[in-house]
Design a protein around this ligand. Structure first.
Ligand SMILES: Nc1nc2c(c(=O)[nH]1)N[C@H]1C(S)=C(S)[C@@H](COP(=O)(O)OP(=O)(O)OC[C@H]3O[C@@H](n4cnc5c(=O)[nH]c(N)nc54)[C@H](O)[C@@H]3O)O[C@H]1N2
Ligand SMILES: Nc1nc2c(c(=O)[nH]1)N[C@H]1C(S)=C(S)[C@@H](COP(=O)(O)OP(=O)(O)OC[C@H]3O[C@@H](n4cnc5c(=O)[nH]c(N)nc54)[C@H](O)[C@@H]3O)O[C@H]1N2
Ligand code: SF4
Ligand SMILES: [Mo]
Length: 697
């Protein structure tokens, strides 16, 4: 989209939970209003491109349903009866309820709960400061990355990789278990550039024919949770056909001979039976990798949202070591650059007042936690008071039946700080209106790229909206929480954090808008060694040592993890009662539960649907468009069937996190998903569900 030359523009950053973290140029029409939004052209990763939903951000900022005033519940929970109150009265009320809860049960009864609705460091992570200063229960942030990151780091010892812009210099880009056309559009910019300029091939591996796969040269539709088998068979062929880079491994890997022997029976035939792929497709992909040093494995989160997800991530990453791809420009394996920024977050998060003896509760297990599950609560106090920022668990958290039951508890007080009346806000006692990113200052980092960026306040907030920082500081003052961070402005916090993390000052960053933090070529490509002490890649990781948070875990059946890459069969396999496997993949128009309020997104997505193979429809006597019931061991929902030949029989896919209310019975997709803390660090196995499907009136 072109910006109009006669309109003032400002620089900003997309704050949403997306690895692309796009640098933005925003038309500022007046002190309260924005116009068009476009990707910043001079930021070399964004390169002028943003997704559709953010190009239309005016729809969200100026949405008629934005929360503008604090509200206090007057009727029953969830009945929708609210009374307007002043912001100060609302904060007084929250503080009083927190103090009362603390008096009764101790500080750990209060559980501040947040996530990445904004990725700004100050507004996302500031809630920790209140948690630590007050010794409230800590939250273990397991929704998203805890299966993926440990899997990558198990092998490499670090969480970063070859410069993502090098995808454009690659001869083969393998987009593995991510759907960037939907979820991080800029991957496509660089992958497609490689195809245009170098004739590179694009390969996509997913459980159904995604929009990304439709743009690929080769698409492999795999059974959910079986990527470890595919990776092993690829590496088997590399060894078998002398395409493995033995010289590279001799220098850079821990146990190549042992690994070769381990892979001996992991044949393409073996993997074909597990993955549902053709032997010839596996052989062909393996040979293409063996013949192409400039192969860039771009690994997403999607294929790790399985109970064996960390093992699968490690297995796929290992391909780059067996084939010796790492040293080459445009080659190697990339998942995230999140580990390279080396922030000092003491001031933002209050790390200096953190007490390691305070319990943590697992974000994904909010349902069981609120049900008082002894596995989570143990001998500790029940959770009776909560504050939510940047997250909408009453849509996005697994085991929704338990989540909703928990929120309905009369002895639970909740304050939700939000931009919209989400399903979580609907069940709150106090709702506070929040600013959007264009209305406050923050800094952001790329996960899928390498920039740190400043997004300054460009317009005034509407109504009484306050930033997360304002709310946290307002509560801290009332609760007697002490930390210098509560007395700083967001700009001061940003400047402190930048300068204490070896980055340019805020003043400099405002001038340049962004700073490139990619480590040098030899470091990014692990030429100067992998992140482990001996500098070697681990085919045989110490899974006990692989943590997401150093003070938490390991979790799950870590001792059962196979010692080397394998198909680890701990997924929720289909059986007679639950004959299908369900993945709950992202919708293009929504971002998690965000944007499910904007008109163009709603129009694009239509209604909740279940993609199912036509043969399965026939077998079940169901027609395209029929209403169907779907059940997992956790619960049952109703939505509409959509015939899809781009999925294996026996596998079903439902795109998007719609509100529960968008489904016929008021039960959304996460009614079906689970939270049983897979090894080694927990996490949401959102795409790993066994289900039955039946016709339904
Ligand atoms: N439009 C849009 N953008 C988003 C989001 C969104 O909801 N909508 N969510 C944002 C967030 S929070 C995140 S973390 C990122 C995540 O973005 P991604 O890394 O892309 O991860 P997912 O969105 O979980 O899933 C990606 C793909 O993995 C596929 N998949 C599921 N199981 C398997 C499997 O076992 N093997 C393989 N090979 N593929 C599998 C899914 O079908 C899906 O197409 O995207 C962000 N961007
Ligand atoms: N079925 C299924 N469920 C999933 C997933 C899946 O693939 N399938 N993906 C999972 C993943 S990866 C993730 S990350 C989670 C994400 O789930 P959520 O954490 O709920 O993610 P978002 O929808 O990105 O953001 C939540 C809310 O943050 C609010 N918000 C944004 N900015 C601010 C701010 O500055 N202040 C305040 N106070 N609020 C703000 C938005 O209005 C939005 O309602 O969902 C998980 N749930
Ligand atoms: S692609 Fe991701 S980071 Fe970029 S504008 Fe869209 S949601 Fe934001
Ligand atoms: Mo996520």
């Amino acid at each position: 989209m072109n910006l109009r030359p006669n309109v003032q523009t400002g620089y900003s950053v997309c704050p949403h939970d997306c690895p692309s973290a796009c640098a933005l140029e925003v038309e500022v029409l007046d002190a309260h209003t924005i116009g068009r939004v476009r990707g910043a052209r001079d930021q070399t990763y964004t390169a002028g491109v943003v997704c559709e939903k953010v190009a239309r951000y005016a729809e969200r900022v100026h949405h008629p349903d934005r929360l503008l005033k604090p509200l206090k519940r007057v009727g029953a929970k969830g009945a929708g009866d609210w009374q307007e109150i002043s912001f100060d009265d609302a904060l007084d009320e929250v503080a009083e309820q927190f103090m009362r809860a603390e008096e009764k049960f101790g500080a750990e009864t209060v559980w501040p709960y947040y996530y990445a609705g904004t990725m700004g460091l100050v507004m996302r992570d500031g809630l920790h400061r209140l948690t630590h200063a007050k010794k409230y229960s800590r939250m273990y942030d397991s929704f998203c990355v805890t299966l993926a990151w440990p899997g990558f780091m198990a092998g490499t010892g670090r969480l970063y990789g070859p410069d993502p812009r090098e995808m454009a210099l690659s001869d083969q880009v393998i987009i593995w278990g991510t759907n960037p056309v939907n979820t991080q559009v800029n991957v496509m910019t660089h992958a497609v550039r490689a195809r245009k300029e170098r004739g590179a091939k694009i390969v996509v591996i997913d459980v159904y024919e995604t929009a990304t796969m439709r743009q690929a040269d080769t698409g492999l539709i795999i059974r959910p949770g079986t990527d470890g088998a595919l990776a092993c068979a690829i590496m088997h062929v590399l060894f078998r056909d002398n395409l493995a880079d033995r010289a590279y491994m001799a220098k850079y890997a821990d146990c190549p001979d042992e690994f070769e022997a381990h892979l001996d029976d992991k044949t393409p035939e073996w993997a074909a039976a597990i993955t549902g792929l053709r032997v010839s497709d596996i052989e062909q992909l393996a040979r293409a990798i063996g013949a192409t040093k400039r192969t860039y494995l771009r690994m997403g989160y999607g294929f790790t949202r399985q109970r064996n997800g960390a093992v699968n991530m490690h297995a796929v990453t290992s391909i780059a070591t067996v084939a010796g791809l790492w040293p080459f420009e445009g080659g190697g394996a990339f998942h995230s650059n999140s580990g390279m920024y080396r922030w000092n977050k003491t001031m933002i998060e209050g790390l200096d007042v953190k007490d390691a003896s305070v319990r943590y509760l697992d974000q994904s297990r909010i349902g069981p936690v609120l049900s008082g599950d002894p596995r989570d609560i143990g001998d500790g106090p029940p959770v009776t008071a909560m504050l939510f920022q940047n997250t909408n668990p009453v849509s996005v958290a697994p085991e929704q039946d338990k989540v909703k039951k928990g929120f309905a508890r009369d002895d639970l007080f909740t304050c939700v700080h939000e931009q919209f009346m989400t399903e979580t806000a609907e069940l709150a006692d106090i709702v506070l209106p929040a600013t959007m990113f264009l209305e406050h200052d923050d800094i952001y980092q790329g996960g899928g790229h390498q920039y740190v960026m400043f997004g300054g306040k460009l317009i005034e907030a509407p109504g009484q909206c306050r930033s997360n920082h304002d709310v946290i500081c307002g509560l801290a003052a009332r609760l007697g929480a002490v930390h210098p961070g509560f007395d700083m402005t967001p700009r001061e916090l940003i400047d402190w954090t930048l300068t204490n993390s070896g980055k340019p000052s805020l003043e400099e960053l405002e001038e340049t808008h962004w700073v490139d933090c990619q480590p040098n070529f030899d470091t990014s490509h692990y030429i100067s060694g992998f992140g482990h002490k001996d500098g070697k890649y681990r085919f045989k990781p110490d899974w006990h040592a692989v943590r997401f948070r150093p003070d938490i875990g390991p979790l799950g059946p870590v001792d059962d993890i196979p010692t080397m890459p394998d198909f680890w069969d701990v997924i929720e396999n289909a059986d007679d009662t639950y004959p299908f496997r369900l993945a709950t993949s992202p919708a293009r128009g929504f971002l998690n539960s965000s944007f499910n309020e904007t008109p163009t997104s709603l129009k694009r997505e239509g209604r909740p649907e279940l993609l199912i193979h036509p043969d399965d429809l026939d077998r079940l006597g169901i027609f395209d468009g029929d209403r169907v019931a779907v059940g997992s061991p956790r619960g049952e929902i109703k939505l509409h069937a959509k015939a899809c030949s781009g999925v294996q029989p026996g596998v079903v896919v439902s795109e998007g996190i719609w509100p529960n209310q968008a489904f016929s019975d008021g039960k959304g997709i996460n009614t079906l998903t689970a939270c049983d803390q897979p090894a080694p660090a927990g996490g949401g196995p959102f795409h790993d569900n066994k289900v039955w499907v039946r016709g339904s009136r």
